[in-house]
Design a protein around this ligand. Sequence first.
Ligand code: NAP
Length: 311
Amino acid sequence: MSETSEPLFDRIALIGIGLIGASLARIVRREGLARHIAVSTRRLKTLDRARELDLGDSYTLDPAQAVRDADLVVVSVPVGASGAVAEAIAPALAPGAIVTDVGSTKRSVIQQMTPHMPAHVHFIPGHPIAGTEYSGPDAGFASLFTDRWCILTPLPDTDADALDRLKTFWRRCGSDVATMDPDHHDRVLAVVSHLPQLISYNIVGTASDLETVTQSEVIKYSASGFRDFTRLAASDPTMWRDVCLHNQDAILEMLARFSEDLASLQKSIRWGDGDALFELFTRTRHIRKSIIEAGQDVDTPSFGRQRVNGS
Ligand code: NAP
């Protein structure tokens, strides 16, 4: 398929209009990727805000109404809600429609959504590796996906043309696209995303529980390193609760590995093993360098994550 500037889809239905859904709405509008953007969300308050922000062309609280005649449906809700959303939209899905999602875990979403998907649609799960700690429609911005990976986890019987179309869509949203087996996705993301998130929740939780150091001192001297963890720990509790519950096996495996390595680090400090500490800290420094070289981050203290509303 050629990557022209023609709209790729006649009607895109965005089910869920928080950070990810609103960012998609903005980039779809800016790049003219669809002739019509149908927005649906659970609560009236969110729908009204999406309308105020002019994120779509039509708005409804009924997801089935939004997907009617849509040739692309993107489900952007917490992963624990995927099954219920799939059930609600299934009867209204048009023949040939591509249905995808953006959930942070893939095996569970596939298990929840597949049973509801009619044979006449192409269900292709996905996950853009792009985010911030903000949520809701106001958090969305058009450049969220620029130069970020989007991982698609096609199913064994996924139609090649539909997959190509979805890849083209994400490329025109600014992303690089990779395909991956869903279980592999869940293990990789457990290491690179879910574990750091849990470590952040734990560190910030520990600091807030300490009795000998006051809360005001924690905030005052936070630039020493703590601050970077608080950014992650400020992420949406619903989203992360669902990620933990829906990628349980891989997360528990990575946490066990992490605890072992932490115990070994503890031992090095206790026994004054400076060589072991120096070797570890040198190895980790190289990883940071590789991430910057791969263009996945920039060498600034803010990690380059400036949020430019609506840009
Ligand atoms: P968000 O900003 O909190 O928005 C969530 C959206 O889902 C809202 O429209 C909300 O509707 C709706 N929703 C919440 N609970 C629901 C339920 N039980 N049933 C139906 N709809 C519900 O979330 P987000 O950050 O866009 O995340 C959406 C998805 O993207 C999640 O699966 C997440 O794992 C994935 N993801 C997130 C990030 C990130 O950094 N945030 C990155 C990549 C992927 P109302 O406001 O109307 O209730």
